[in-house]
Ligand binder design. Structure first.
Ligand SMILES: Nc1ncnc2c1ncn2[C@@H]1O[C@H](COP(=O)(O)OP(=O)(O)OP(=O)(O)O)[C@@H](O)[C@H]1O
Ligand SMILES: [Mg+2]
Length: 276
């Protein structure tokens, strides 16, 4: 069955409830499709990605988010990840004290259901943590190193603390590696192309293209048409003032690149002013 994420008339406020940021978002992403989402700063794109993943600071005040026909609004973020959702953050946070390998082993173990198993009472063996119910270290290590090689992440990164001291480009590569390990059905990539030099953009785009395919739906949030030269979108959506206002094909990204957003604001800004 093809998985489908359906966002229906979604309204979201930031935690204090005073500011409505999303004002009726409608969007459907299916496995196998690449959607690009473009829109001016502050229009609510990251808020949409946080709301989809269940960030506690964002409160859904109306509408619904359905995965394969079932509302996920009541699910915790880790449960949403287990259902196959993934978010690559616009600003990945550093987690001092937690190595990338440990973080990934925990995340993979959650998503693949190892953490449901009772912890073995006789310990996890030589290389395992006592009482561990994580993916076996040997299997995990092999998979991680294979994926690091495949996605051009230096093996030394496994031991480094997550995102600590990573350059902007290294953080973005690390997000691709996470995605490769977690194998989501639907991935949201929030400005994965920002801050990348030309070579890194190619490496990250190659990574996205390797992952893209019938089993993965992608929502690629970006400000620039550039990445879409490497990652071909099936659909391009324009996000403005808390909702999707125009949808089209790749040509829409070219139009935005050459004309900016003024025409969108002219067309969709007035109604808001009248409504106030
Ligand atoms: N936790 C928060 N507290 C207060 N305001 C917030 C919070 N999160 C988002 N906002 C506000 O919501 C609006 C949308 O922000 P958001 O980060 O979603 O925009 P964006 O489209 O991702 O912008 P950019 O292109 O700059 O990344 C902004 O005005 C922002 O200040
Ligand atoms: Mg953003």
């Amino acid at each position: 069955m093809t998985s489908e994420l359906v966002i229906q008339d979604l309204h979201v406020s930031v935690s204090d409830g005073e500011k409505e940021v999303l004002k009726g978002v409608n969007l459907t992403i299916r496995q196998g499709e690449v959607h690009a989402l473009m829109g001016p700063n502050g229009s609510g794109k990251s808020t949409l990605s946080y709301a989809i993943m269940g960030h506690p600071h964002y409160t859904v005040t109306g509408g619904d988010i359905l995965l394969d026909g079932e509302s996920i609004l009541e699910l915790e973020p880790n449960e949403r990840a287990r259902r196959g959702l993934f978010l690559a953050f616009q600003y990945p946070v550093a987690v001092p004290g937690v190595s990338m390998a440990n973080f990934l082993r925990t995340a993979v173990s959650n998503v693949r259901g190892y953490t449901d198993q009772p912890a073995p009472s006789n310990g996890g063996g030589k290389s395992g943590v006592v009482g561990s119910n994580l993916m076996p270290m040997r299997d995990f290590r092999k998979e991680l190193l294979d994926k690091m090689d495949e996605f051009n992440v230096d093996r030394s990164f496994a031991k480094r603390y997550l995102n600590e001291g990573f350059s902007g480009g290294e953080k973005k590569r690390a997000e691709i590696l996470q995605m490769a390990m977690l194998q989501p059905k639907i991935a949201i990539m929030d400005e994965t192309d920002s801050g990348l030099d030309i070579d890194a953009l190619r490496v990250v785009s190659d990574g996205v293209n390797k992952l893209a395919g019938p089993g993965l739906g992608i929502l690629l949030i970006t400000h620039y048409q550039r990445i879409l030269n490497y990652v071909q979108p099936d659909y391009v959506h324009v996000f403005y003032n808390g909702r999707v206002v125009i949808s089209g094909g790749a040509e829409l990204a070219h139009q935005l690149e050459s004309q900016g957003y003024q025409w969108v604001k002219d067309e969709f800004g007035e109604a808001e002013l009248v409504a106030v």
